[in-house]
Design a protein around this ligand. Structure first.
Ligand SMILES: Cc1ncc(COP(=O)(O)O)c(C=O)c1O
Length: 419
């Protein structure tokens, strides 16, 4: 496998595009160098085609937004139909209303809805509403919530943000209520919101989500579930529906429009009303009501509902987890979004990735696996087979000490560590 075009584009990008990618996690630094695709030009169903003409079964799926599959007919048709009418208008489109009504129908906490383009905007807006509603400034968080200053001050990539922002946000640990309790006790009456990813790859233990909700409300704060990943993967109504814990507000994004840039802030009427005219909360964006994404969102949600696509993803994910576990590649998490946890040394990891890429499989080096409705049993079987050979080659190199099979260069460490 040669990646000449990818290498040529990368060399050009290094001259004019800092980081050479618009998203850290899509950058070439994560992959073993010289043996991985850098640029992709097309996607069909569960597959992507790189600029050198290779086809991969894709488990990155644009970092999760592709829930149905690339080039998905019902969504494409909706986009094309809307394109013929127009992309963006001078007044709101009824599509805003139609999609908002759909979301209110399916998401337990959604009484009102606003749209944004990115997840970072959505979480920022939710936090802003909570601050306005409570008259408090501080935030407790658990998970990743985007690149905006209020949150990214607590990551390694904190430069460029006023230092004082760091005094307004505190991190607690998933499944460890005492860490949230500590934040509330040491900052009484100052926490506006608890924002958290409701689940990641460890299940909530001992009623963790219920207890977080109770503690948040007892302390007069707003509970926000960041469902940008969990939404439309755990269940149609999000993790809040799956776990039967309804927050005050939630953010949804990846998965809402099968790859079109659309996110939503939803929540209880009294808090969402903070965004209402005259309440002095600034939340306004030229592209917030862009119509191709809204049309794609309506088509995506209807397709997920009509065809029960989420159940299919759980089934495919379970088969993949079972297959990988039987090979000795340990997976954890939920079948709708499993992850590989077996510890690999950097050299082993680079060889494993090199070997599965050679066999037409694209899994993100962070080893989080996204499944879409277009993945078939045949794709899953091919993936398990390819992973088996890749693992065998890693184990052979480890036991023999012969690493000449590693053709690529070991990856750099990630450009930032999530807090
Ligand atoms: C849970 C969560 N929240 C927020 C974001 C930020 O979304 P965006 O990258 O669209 O700004 C992400 C992105 O990965 C995310 O995973």
């Amino acid at each position: 496998m040669r990646f000449d075009r990818s290498s040529e584009y990368l060399a050009r990008a290094k001259r004019i595009i800092p980081v050479q990618s618009q998203t850290f996690s899509k950058g070439w630094r994560y992959f073993p160098k010289g043996v991985s695709p850098v640029y992709v030009e097309m996607g069909i169903g569960p597959n992507v085609y790189d600029v050198d003409g290779h086809c991969f079964i894709d488990y990155i799926l644009g970092l999760a937004p592709i829930t149905l599959g690339y080039n998905y007919p019902r969504v494409n048709e909706a986009i094309i139909k809307q394109l013929e009418k127009g992309i963006l208008f001078s007044l709101p489109s009824p599509l805003e209303l139609e999609l908002a009504e759909l979301l209110v129908d399916i998401i337990p906490c959604a009484e009102m809805v606003r749209f944004t383009k990115t997840g970072s905007e959505a979480t920022s807006a939710a936090v802003k509403a909570a601050r306005a509603y409570t008259g408090r400034d501080m935030i407790a968080c658990c998970g990743y919530h985007g690149w905006h200053d209020w949150y990214s001050i607590i990551t390694d990539a904190f430069k460029g943000i006023p230092k004082s922002y760091g005094d307004l946000i505190y991190k607690f640990e998933y499944n460890d209520l005492s860490t949230l309790d500590y934040i509330f006790k040491t900052r009484p009456h100052q926490i506006a919101a608890v924002i958290m990813e409701p689940v990641n790859n460890q299940p909530p233990r001992d009623g963790f989500l219920e207890k977080v909700k109770e503690m948040t409300h007892r302390n007069g704060a707003v509970l926000i579930f960041d469902e940008i990943v969990t939404g439309f993967r755990w269940s149609l109504g999000g993790a809040q529906e799956f776990f039967h814990v309804t927050p005050d507000m939630a953010t949804f994004g990846k998965g809402i429009a099968n790859g079109m840039p659309l996110n939503a802030v939803v929540g209880k009427r009294d808090i969402m009303n903070e965004f209402e005219w005259g309440n002095n909360v600034f939340f306004s964006s030229t592209f917030g009501g862009e119509c191709l994404s809204l049309a794609a969102g309506i088509a995506t949600i209807k397709e997920m509902r009509d065809r029960k696509t989420i159940q299919h993803c759980w089934k495919m994910g379970q088969e993949l987890m079972d297959g990988l576990n039987s090979l000795g590649i340990e997976t954890v998490g939920y079948p709708c979004r499993p992850s590989i946890v077996r510890p690999f040394l950097p050299k082993e990891k680079a060889l494993l990735i090199q070997e599965y890429i050679k066999r037409g499989i694209l899994i993100h080096p962070a080893f989080l696996i996204n499944i879409c409705y277009s993945h078939t049993e045949e794709d899953i079987d091919r993936t398990i087979e390819a992973m088996g050979v890749a693992l065998y080659n890693v184990e052979k190199a480890t036991s023999s000490g012969d690493w000449s099979v590693l053709e690529g260069e070991i990856m750099d460490s990630p450009p930032f560590r999530r807090s």
